[in-house]
Design a protein around this ligand. Structure first.
Ligand SMILES: O=C(O)C1=C[C@@H](OP(=O)(O)O)[C@@H](O)[C@H](O)C1
Ligand SMILES: C=C(OP(=O)(O)O)C(=O)O
Length: 439
């Protein structure tokens, strides 16, 4: 269980005047943890699958709770360093034949489990917080319907709650749209090997957040699953297949690391993020290359990346592939010379909040000049001043805006507890990198 942390209603960020000199290992990747939990549940392993360094946060807790409701055994070990996932002996692929699942505001949990429960026999309902009821899922439901599964939006608005009535996935040909979220495609891909026959999945139109689909395919292959990619946007998954794996180690979270490397860019000095393998599954590690292009110095050595602050220049960038770091870049952009333009991220209006408009509002509140467009924004740095900033129940808004408070006195974060979605210990770690500042 996530240790019960108590967060204040508001948190005043203390500015610091010295450059940073810190090394940090951030918690496990949310995206890898939630994929690993799904794949481990679907694995045939009598002693279960042990996952090392999983993320323990709201988004992974709702995944764990849901898998338990579906009949899997899940146990934390070694003071939360590992988790063991077991399918009971003799149980079917989805042990329960009825479940009402609550996923809070976890997009990965909602989308991955909607596809996964379609492998079972019975009726399954998935719901979340009010914002989850505004987040689209119609394109995934449509794909499941093409495959012969009854998949409906309870309120008929293509958003959760979702009801899946199923007798397994027969397999076959399917076209899926993934222009609003790649999670639809990732969810379907992870279910595909366990269908009754092979599946040919074609992506209809452009899809967003491509590195997350690459992560899904790479992890499926790590689980011994065959995925054939005859052409871009076409995936052929033979079925039925058996997933095999007894142990898996989870990388630190690259999106979480973005806050600390951005701290070095904003405050000066250096921050090292450690624990990342040389070949990472996570697209968001490319955020350090963005900082390099803006004027920071980046050193990559065995499993560690160091960012040294420098004079920052604004940048013009397509962030479709790394859109969880848009708000981090928004904070950095305020301290650059010249404007920063972020393009091709219209889909982030469907996340924890409408992130384009939320970022524009809050940077303006702090004094920046921001031009909002349908698919992004342009930030013109101006002298900033303190303000109480709103976070829209969005962990990434809170973590990104906190960075501005290192340089600008009087920044107060409203609802700092929203970080619990992916990084419950963020405020401790944020304070720690500041205390380890160079003199
Ligand atoms: O598959 C994943 O793990 C994720 C995909 C991305 O979502 P979209 O595909 O909706 O952009 C990302 O924003 C999210 O935090 C995690
Ligand atoms: C968009 C995010 O999460 P999800 O879609 O998984 O809720 C995120 O963590 O920034």
């Amino acid at each position: 269980m996530t240790e019960a942390r108590v967060y204040p209603a508001q948190l005043a960020i203390q500015p610091i005047s010295h450059p940073l000199a810190a090394t940090i290992r951030v918690p496990g990747s949310k995206s890898i943890t939630n994929r690993a939990l799904v794949l481990a549940a679907l694995t045939k392993a009598p002693d279960g699958v042990t996952l090392d360094y999983p993320l323990e946060s709201e988004d992974t807790e709702v995944m764990i709770d849901s898998l338990r409701k579906l009949g899997y055994g899940i146990e934390w070990r070694d003071q939360q360093r590992s988790i063991v996932v077991t399918r009971p002996m003799g149980a079917s692929l989805i042990p329960a034949n009825h479940a009402d699942l609550y996923v809070a505001n976890s997009g990965t949990t909602m989308r991955f489990l909607t596809a996964m429960v379609a492998l079972g026999t019975g009726q399954f309902r998935l719901d979340g917080v009010p914002r989850m009821r505004e987040r689209p899922i119609g394109d995934l439901l449509d794909a499941l319907k093409q495959l012969g599964v009854s998949a409906t939006s309870e309120t008929a608005n293509d958003c959760p709650p979702v009801v899946i009535q199923t007798d397994g996935i027969p397999g076959g040909e399917v076209a899926i749209r993934a222009g609003m979220s790649s999670q639809f495609l990732s969810g379907l891909l992870m279910a595909a090997p366990f269908a009754r026959s092979s599946m040919s999945i074609r992506v209809a139109g452009e899809f967003v957040s491509e590195p997350y689909v690459a992560m899904t395919v790479a992890m499926m292959r790590d689980w011994g699953i065959t995925v054939v990619t005859p052409a871009p946007g076409h995936y052929v998954v033979p079925a039925p297949q058996v997933a095999t794996r007894s142990h898996y180690s989870i990388e630190p979270d690259a999106s979480a690391a973005s806050y600390f490397v951005a701290a070095a860019a904003i405050q000066g000095g250096r921050v090292t993020v450690s624990g990342f393998p040389n070949v990472s599954l996570q697209g968001d590690l490319a955020f350090v290359d963005v900082l390099e292009e803006m004027g920071c110095q980046v050193t990559k050595s065995d499993s560690a990346i160091t960012v040294q602050g420098g004079t920052l220049r604004g940048i013009d960038l397509d962030m479709n592939a790394i859109s969880d770091t848009v708000m981090t870049l928004g904070a950095v952009a305020c301290f650059a010379e010249g404007p920063t333009t972020i393009r091709n991220v219209a889909h982030i209006r469907h996340k924890e909040t409408d992130r384009i408009s939320a970022l524009a509002n809050e940077l303006r509140r702090l004094g920046a000049e921001v031009i909002e467009r349908a698919d992004g924004l342009t930030i013109h740095p101006r002298p900033l001043h303190g303000a109480t900033v709103q976070t829209y129940r969005d962990h990434r808004m809170a973590m990104s805006l906190s960075l501005i408070g290192m340089r600008v006195p009087g920044v107060v974060i409203d609802d700092p507890g929203c970080v619990a979605k992916t990084y419950p210990g963020y405020w401790e770690d944020f304070a720690a990198i500041q205390n380890r500042a160079a003199n």
